[in-house]
Write a protein that binds this ligand. Structure first.
Ligand code: ATP
Length: 133
Protein backbone atom coordinates (compact mmCIF):
# COMPACT_ATOMS: atom_id res chain seq x y z
CA UNK A 1 0.00 0.00 0.00
CA UNK A 2 1.20 3.55 -0.75
CA UNK A 3 2.89 5.31 2.16
CA UNK A 4 3.51 8.90 3.22
CA UNK A 5 5.67 10.48 5.94
CA UNK A 6 4.09 11.10 9.37
CA UNK A 7 5.60 13.07 12.23
CA UNK A 8 4.08 13.35 15.69
CA UNK A 9 5.69 15.90 17.99
CA UNK A 10 4.94 17.00 21.54
CA UNK A 11 6.57 19.73 23.65
CA UNK A 12 8.95 17.09 25.11
CA UNK A 13 9.96 14.97 22.16
CA UNK A 14 9.61 13.75 18.61
CA UNK A 15 7.12 11.01 19.42
CA UNK A 16 7.01 9.37 16.00
CA UNK A 17 8.61 9.81 12.62
CA UNK A 18 8.24 7.40 9.74
CA UNK A 19 6.44 6.19 6.64
CA UNK A 20 2.85 5.07 7.26
CA UNK A 21 -0.01 3.69 5.20
CA UNK A 22 -2.71 5.56 7.09
CA UNK A 23 -3.35 7.56 10.21
CA UNK A 24 -6.68 8.03 11.99
CA UNK A 25 -7.35 10.71 14.62
CA UNK A 26 -10.39 12.47 16.04
CA UNK A 27 -10.64 16.06 14.92
CA UNK A 28 -13.17 18.57 16.21
CA UNK A 29 -15.44 17.64 13.29
CA UNK A 30 -15.16 13.88 13.83
CA UNK A 31 -12.84 11.05 12.88
CA UNK A 32 -10.33 11.80 10.18
CA UNK A 33 -8.54 9.11 8.20
CA UNK A 34 -5.51 10.19 6.18
CA UNK A 35 -4.20 8.17 3.26
CA UNK A 36 -1.49 9.12 0.74
CA UNK A 37 -2.49 12.10 -1.46
CA UNK A 38 -5.32 13.23 0.76
CA UNK A 39 -6.34 16.85 0.16
CA UNK A 40 -4.36 19.29 2.37
CA UNK A 41 -5.92 20.50 5.62
CA UNK A 42 -5.20 21.75 9.12
CA UNK A 43 -7.63 20.97 11.90
CA UNK A 44 -7.62 20.87 15.72
CA UNK A 45 -7.64 17.50 17.49
CA UNK A 46 -9.60 16.29 20.47
CA UNK A 47 -8.29 14.17 23.34
CA UNK A 48 -8.16 10.99 21.28
CA UNK A 49 -6.33 7.96 20.04
CA UNK A 50 -4.05 8.03 17.04
CA UNK A 51 -4.14 4.86 14.95
CA UNK A 52 -1.16 4.39 12.66
CA UNK A 53 -0.99 1.65 10.05
CA UNK A 54 2.52 0.42 9.16
CA UNK A 55 3.07 -2.68 7.01
CA UNK A 56 -0.53 -3.73 7.65
CA UNK A 57 -0.08 -3.52 11.43
CA UNK A 58 -1.86 -0.97 13.60
CA UNK A 59 -0.14 0.96 16.37
CA UNK A 60 -2.25 3.01 18.77
CA UNK A 61 -1.25 5.86 21.06
CA UNK A 62 -3.00 8.40 23.28
CA UNK A 63 -3.03 12.03 22.13
CA UNK A 64 -4.05 15.09 24.02
CA UNK A 65 -5.42 17.87 21.82
CA UNK A 66 -3.24 19.67 19.27
CA UNK A 67 -3.40 19.94 15.51
CA UNK A 68 -3.01 17.77 12.44
CA UNK A 69 -1.60 19.23 9.25
CA UNK A 70 -1.91 17.27 6.02
CA UNK A 71 0.12 18.54 3.08
CA UNK A 72 1.67 17.21 -0.10
CA UNK A 73 4.97 16.71 1.76
CA UNK A 74 3.40 14.60 4.51
CA UNK A 75 1.34 14.73 7.70
CA UNK A 76 2.35 16.38 10.96
CA UNK A 77 0.59 16.07 14.31
CA UNK A 78 1.48 18.45 17.11
CA UNK A 79 -0.03 17.42 20.42
CA UNK A 80 0.24 18.52 24.07
CA UNK A 81 1.03 14.91 25.04
CA UNK A 82 1.41 11.51 23.39
CA UNK A 83 1.97 8.08 24.93
CA UNK A 84 2.25 4.52 23.60
CA UNK A 85 0.31 1.93 25.61
CA UNK A 86 3.40 0.65 27.46
CA UNK A 87 4.39 4.20 28.47
CA UNK A 88 1.15 4.84 30.29
CA UNK A 89 1.32 4.80 34.06
CA UNK A 90 -2.02 3.15 34.80
CA UNK A 91 -1.93 3.97 38.50
CA UNK A 92 -1.39 7.65 37.72
CA UNK A 93 -4.22 7.67 35.17
CA UNK A 94 -6.57 5.93 37.63
CA UNK A 95 -5.71 8.50 40.28
CA UNK A 96 -6.32 11.35 37.81
CA UNK A 97 -9.67 9.76 36.90
CA UNK A 98 -10.68 9.45 40.56
CA UNK A 99 -9.66 13.03 41.33
CA UNK A 100 -11.67 14.36 38.41
CA UNK A 101 -14.72 12.20 39.22
CA UNK A 102 -14.63 13.32 42.86
CA UNK A 103 -14.54 16.97 41.80
CA UNK A 104 -17.40 16.47 39.38
CA UNK A 105 -19.51 14.57 41.93
CA UNK A 106 -18.89 16.87 44.87
CA UNK A 107 -18.79 20.14 42.90
CA UNK A 108 -17.01 22.18 45.62
CA UNK A 109 -17.58 25.91 45.24
CA UNK A 110 -15.23 27.47 42.74
CA UNK A 111 -14.72 24.19 40.86
CA UNK A 112 -13.78 24.62 37.24
CA UNK A 113 -16.14 22.00 35.80
CA UNK A 114 -14.72 22.15 32.29
CA UNK A 115 -11.20 21.57 33.61
CA UNK A 116 -12.32 18.56 35.65
CA UNK A 117 -14.19 17.14 32.64
CA UNK A 118 -11.10 17.47 30.45
CA UNK A 119 -8.90 15.83 33.12
CA UNK A 120 -11.40 12.96 33.25
CA UNK A 121 -11.35 12.59 29.47
CA UNK A 122 -7.53 12.51 29.40
CA UNK A 123 -7.47 9.85 32.10
CA UNK A 124 -10.15 7.68 30.42
CA UNK A 125 -8.36 7.95 27.07
CA UNK A 126 -5.07 6.83 28.67
CA UNK A 127 -6.74 3.92 30.45
CA UNK A 128 -8.33 2.81 27.15
CA UNK A 129 -5.01 2.99 25.31
CA UNK A 130 -3.12 1.23 28.14
CA UNK A 131 -5.36 -1.79 27.56
CA UNK A 132 -4.26 -1.97 23.92
CA UNK A 133 -0.78 -3.28 24.82
P1 ATP B 1 -1.92 14.13 35.81
O1 ATP B 1 -3.01 14.80 36.60
O2 ATP B 1 -1.68 12.71 36.25
O3 ATP B 1 -0.65 14.96 35.69
P2 ATP B 1 -2.78 15.12 33.26
O4 ATP B 1 -3.89 14.63 32.38
O5 ATP B 1 -2.99 16.46 33.90
O6 ATP B 1 -2.48 13.98 34.31
P3 ATP B 1 -1.16 16.00 31.09
O7 ATP B 1 -1.14 17.45 31.43
O8 ATP B 1 -2.08 15.55 30.00
O9 ATP B 1 -1.44 15.15 32.43
O10 ATP B 1 0.31 15.49 30.71
C1 ATP B 1 1.49 16.05 31.31
C2 ATP B 1 2.66 15.12 30.97
O11 ATP B 1 2.54 13.91 31.73
C3 ATP B 1 2.72 14.69 29.52
O12 ATP B 1 4.07 14.59 29.13
C4 ATP B 1 2.08 13.32 29.51
O13 ATP B 1 2.59 12.50 28.47
C5 ATP B 1 2.44 12.79 30.88
N1 ATP B 1 1.42 11.92 31.48
C6 ATP B 1 0.25 12.29 32.05
N2 ATP B 1 -0.42 11.25 32.56
C7 ATP B 1 0.34 10.16 32.28
C8 ATP B 1 0.19 8.75 32.54
N3 ATP B 1 -0.86 8.25 33.18
N4 ATP B 1 1.18 7.94 32.12
C9 ATP B 1 2.26 8.42 31.47
N5 ATP B 1 2.46 9.71 31.20
C10 ATP B 1 1.52 10.59 31.59
Amino acid sequence: MATFPLEIVTPDRKFFSGEVESVIVRGIDGDLAVLKDRAPLVTPLKICKVRIMIDGKERVAALCNGYIKVSKEGTTIISDAAEWPDEIDVKRAKEAKERAEKRLNERPSGIDTKRAELALRRALNRLDVAEMK
